[in-house]
Design a protein around this ligand. Structure first.
Ligand SMILES: Cc1cc2nc3c(=O)[nH]c(=O)nc-3n(C[C@H](O)[C@H](O)[C@H](O)COP(=O)(O)OP(=O)(O)OC[C@H]3O[C@@H](n4cnc5c(N)ncnc54)[C@H](O)[C@@H]3O)c2cc1C
Length: 468
């Protein structure tokens, strides 16, 4: 029997799951020119949390239940006998790159880009100025964000940034607890949102409506939120219209602009809560009050110019605009952090790679690959990671065909299992995760919810491993 090709995938978000699935021929077979029969490939998927599937659980908003159903696909691939999940095992904490290189033909880094980008302006650190990523992790029950507390006692929130994450955050703040009660939102968030006094959320974009990165469905969901008026500034939308003749490749922009023009023209319904969209405003300073907490944000009015690369850039004008706020959420994107032993491109916040092949100062690193947000940065929806995985797998299979993978020790499945259990005594394998999954679903079912999430790693591991 020839040795199987062993691949370690690090991170079980959509990118890692699509990579595992495609390597095993479970997901989108035929998407890439397969150069190795799938039956010769074994995939071990490593995940630092006791729960798999990354931001599908910890990022996607609780009311986006249809999107979350992609986990059904991933659970299906996990049934493949050539697949194993090593949950609660973190690269850099429990295992090292060197240990993996001794045991696998290839390693694929799929560990995402979990850190919030900062604004880099004064006042960012004031009380009631929060990173949107912390808020998202908190309402989604991510164990790393369990300890956060958000002061929702004020009336007005300003969100700096206008991508889909900003729209998710605005919707969660404005939805009202009744709308979230039937979701898998974390219990602590449901309780805090029930007490929230926030009634106006302003989303502020640096560029115009046409350049903003939110997608039409997110805009529609906000516009259709029960009890919420959507307020759009006519003048700022008209300003966007003036740049209509300039080429914009993304059809979403045109759809957004058309919708926004319609919303701006529609009369307000005098509903109890308001979502306000503002454009062409770049944050200059988060303003503090005498109590050391946020009282507003000062923005610089921007205009658009096309740079040498043909990209529209926001440039400052002399005009300043101040918006009052009781809390500020900074939603200007995510970036990755360096993991020990993995080449890192600090400027871009990603694993240093060339179309999926990890590179260091000497060129491509034998047998190491990157995929998903760790490879290309924090952009794109879940489906984007499918094609991205196909590109990385193509590189891996090319290298396999050319004899350019690692030459690990000859190890059996049992040897590997014994090794990782010795490194981490509380591995959560797929069967254990399903026990935790059943437990959460049963807890939720009693309240008519899809699940009630556990947020403490110790409790999760204990339930997963058969504890009471
Ligand atoms: C707030 C938010 C909402 C979103 N909503 C949507 C939506 O509604 N629809 C949509 O299509 N897309 C949505 N997206 C985008 C989508 O979630 C991403 O495209 C996708 O999750 C990126 O996949 P990934 O696998 O690269 O990263 P991730 O999903 O972040 O997965 C990375 C995984 O690696 C694990 N990990 C990290 N470090 C290590 C380590 N050292 N060792 C082992 N494991 C590690 C992490 O715990 C995590 O599970 C949203 C994103 C965010 C942030």
């Amino acid at each position: 029997m020839p040795e199987p090709v062993r691949v370690a995938v690090i991170g079980s978000g959509p990118a890692g799951a699509f990579t595992a699935g495609q390597l095993l021929g479970e997901l989108s077979p035929g998407l890439y020119a397969r150069k190795v029969p799938p039956e010769d490939v074994r995939v071990d998927l490593f995940e630092r949390l006791p729960t798999p599937w990354g931001l599908v659980r910890a990022g996607v908003a609780p009311d986006h239940t249809k999107i979350k159903s992609v986990t059904g696909l991933f659970e299906g691939l996990a049934q493949n006998p050539r697949f194993r999940l090593y949950g609660n095992v973190e690269l850099g904490r429990d295992v090292t790159v060197a240990e993996l290189r001794e045991r696998y033909h290839a390693i694929v880094y799929a560990f995402g880009a979990p850190d919030d980008r900062t604004l880099g302006i004064p006042g960012e650190e004031l009380d009631r100025s929060y990173a949107a990523g912390d808020f998202v992790g908190w309402y989604n029950g991510h164990p790393d964000h369990d300890h956060h507390r958000f002061d929702l006692s004020g009336r007005r929130a300003v969100i700096v940034g206008a991508g889909n994450v900003a729209f998710d955050v605005a919707r969660i703040l404005l939805a009202g607890p009744g709308a979230l009660r039937g979701t898998d939102i974390a219990d602590h968030a449901l309780g805090a949102l029930a007490e929230s006094r926030v009634e106006e959320v302003t989303i502020v974009a640096r560029r115009g409506a046409k350049e903003a990165t939110f997608t039409p469905p997110e805009l529609r969901e906000l516009a259709e939120l029960a009890g919420v008026d959507l307020v759009v500034d006519q003048a700022e939308i008209a300003l966007a219209g003036e740049t209509l003749s300039q080429p914009v490749p993304d059809p979403n922009s045109w759809r957004n602009l058309a919708k926004l023009q319609a919303y701006a023209a529609a009369p307000l319904r005098e509903l109890p809560r308001r979502a306000v969209l503002r454009f062409f405003l770049s944050p200059e300073e988060v303003l503090g009050g005498a109590d050391g907490a946020v009282r507003g944000v000062r923005f610089i009015r921007t205009g658009l110019v096309r740079d040498a690369a043909g990209q529209l850039r926001a440039v400052p004008t002399a005009e300043r605009v101040e918006l009052g706020a009781d809390l500020v959420l900074r939603a200007v994107g995510y970036q990755g952090t360096a993991v020990d032993g993995v080449p890192f491109d600090g400027a871009r916040g990603i694993v240093a790679n060339d179309a999926g092949r990890v590179v260091d100062q000497d060129g491509p690193r034998l047998g190491e690959y990157a995929v998903g947000w760790a490879k290309r940065g924090a952009s794109g929806v879940i489906g984007t990671n499918k094609l991205d995985a196909a590109e990385t797998i193509d590189r891996l299979l090319e290298d396999l065909a050319a004899g350019r993978l690692l030459r690990p020790q000859s190890v059996s499945d049992q040897d590997l299992d014994a090794f990782f259990h010795a490194k981490q005594s509380e591995v959560v394998d797929h069967a254990a995760w399903l026990r935790l999954d059943d437990h959460e679903r049963a807890l939720g079912g009693a309240d008519g919810r899809p699940r009630r999430k556990l947020t403490d790693v110790g409790a999760m591991v204990s339930i997963a491993r058969g504890g009471a």
